[in-house]
Design a protein around this ligand. Sequence first.
Ligand code: ZN
Ligand code: ZN
Length: 286
Amino acid sequence: MNEPTNESQPTPNQTQPTQTNQHKPALAGMCQVCGGECNLRNTMCDKCEAGIRGWLRDYPSRIHALREFLDSTAHYGGHQPGRTNLASAPTPVRLSVIDHLQEIDDLAVALWRRLYAPPAMPWADSRIHPSVLKCLSICADCNHLSRLPDIGLIWCDWERVVRKTLGIIDVPPSRHGIGRCLNPLCGVELSAEVGAVSVDCPVCGNAYRVVDVRLGFLRECIESGRAFTAGECAELLRECGFQCNANTIRSWRKRGRLQPAGENDKGRPLYRLSDVHRQVLRRDSI
Ligand SMILES: [Zn+2]
Ligand SMILES: [Zn+2]
């Protein structure tokens, strides 16, 4: 026969100040983020702590990268001559990036306030706080960060924001346009990952060496009189096996051997690839 027990009915005199319960893990010693074990004095385990401190330390450079993406025409592969533009118009990232930068600012200031300005303090609501970069570095080094009772929620907020940031600045290794399919009946624009050696045409199925496609593109640009910046000309020519660098092209201009054919929207001079190619051949034949 089992004796009736009173285990589930707490008697008022026996309530413990810490409210620990045998059936649930005590909050002390448990990471509020991952639920793993942690130092009794902390609310985060070492791994989660290293995670959030790393995010805070990385943010200044990420904010810098995000600011570059304020320009709605910026996208990776933009320096590649002959890159293929996406079928859709350039994404107007500008507004969403501004919003996201604001979101990071707000989160950094909120964390700084959480650590250094408890709401009970009269100046907590004032708008005076260090700069965002300062907030980030102060918080990253704050000992109290790993003892906040609500670090679980704060950690999740930062994780979400970091994921969003990386979604904006960490564009996957872009496939860039390399030229047209060499099959005269096909001729679609081919793209390959940077550094790829061979490429398959998705339309006609032929396989090519990237260098051959680049040569085809070079020839096409020479014939059509297309113009590029000195850096872009040099890059394309190098890819096709010529020795050429941007400074050489600029020095040819200074010596009057080369005339720019215009300039791009940033005011950089553009050179006809045919002109640059002619100079390269002339130099190499001497
Ligand atoms: Zn953890
Ligand atoms: Zn093809």
